[in-house]
Design a protein around this ligand. Structure first.
Ligand SMILES: O=C(O)CCC(=O)C(=O)O
Ligand SMILES: [Fe+2]
Length: 227
């Protein structure tokens, strides 16, 4: 499932992020790609340990913790500390698949990448190209969102970023290990959750049918969640 989350960051927050990011030290992104992905990768990134990456990354993590749609869609167990990338003219990231298991920087912890996220930090009119293309069972999905918007997609899918031909594309990207590793099970839970949320609008909180459906949601989650 591909989920778009609108306005994860406000335009004011994006502006503040960009002040810091535009002054940051950007390095060759290929250095951090796996062997196969390396040859396809031609962008710039900020070092994981850099102050600016840590503080903006923590801001993103705090915000996501208060974003019910993110929690419902991702059912996060672990989130990789957000990274930052920049594609200037000519930069691109060819078709690749993300590593299934990653070490969380500066820890001995590992994370299974169930979901990948890109949080756009440039407006679409700031650059040409730079589309995130994701191969799905229903064909290629092209994603280019407003600054502050985010896409969540299965990290198992082949994906690429098309070459930037004007301006620059700045984004944050990271991965999520979900309580529910199976994409189909997670999608069913999300659909059920969103349906219950919609029903809640017109019904009393103690409505028996609503309680029953809520119970089913939790019983499925109990069955499928690996904690
Ligand atoms: O820049 C993006 O939107 C995606 C980056 C990506 O696929 C990666 O770093 O693995
Ligand atoms: Fe990727």
């Amino acid at each position: 499932m591909l989920t778009i989350l609108d306005a994860v960051l406000s335009k004011d927050e994006v502006r503040q992020f960009r002040v810091y990011l535009d002054q940051a030290e950007w390095r060759d992104g290929a250095a951090t790609a796996g062997t196969l992905a390396r040859s396809a990768k031609n962008n710039a990134q900020i070092d994981d340990g850099a102050d600016v990456a840590v503080s903006l990354g923590n801001h993103i993590l705090r915000t996501l913790g208060n974003t019910p749609l993110f929690i419902a869609a991702a059912l996060p167990r672990k989130i990789y500390p957000p990274k930052f990338n920049r594609y200037a003219v000519g930069a691109t990231y060819g078709t690749h698949v993300d590593s299934a298991v990653m070490q969380i920087p500066n820890t001995h912890l590992s994370l299974r990448s169930d979901l990948a996220a890109t949080l756009f930090l440039s407006e679409p009119d700031e650059y040409d190209g730079g589309e995130l293309e994701i191969d799905t069972e229903f064909g290629v999905q092209t994603v280019k969102l407003g600054a502050g918007d985010m896409v969540l997609y299965p990290a198992s899918s082949l994906h690429r970023v098309t070459p930037v031909t004007r301006g620059a594309r700045v984004a944050s990207f990271f991965w999520i290990e979900s309580l529910v590793g199976d994409d189909a099970e997670r999608t069913l839970l999300f659909d059920l959750d969103q349906t219950i949320q919609n029903l809640t609008q017109g019904l009393a909180a103690d409505d028996r049918k609503l309680l029953k459906l809520t119970g089913i949601y939790h019983n499925l989650l109990r069955r499928w969640a690996a904690t």
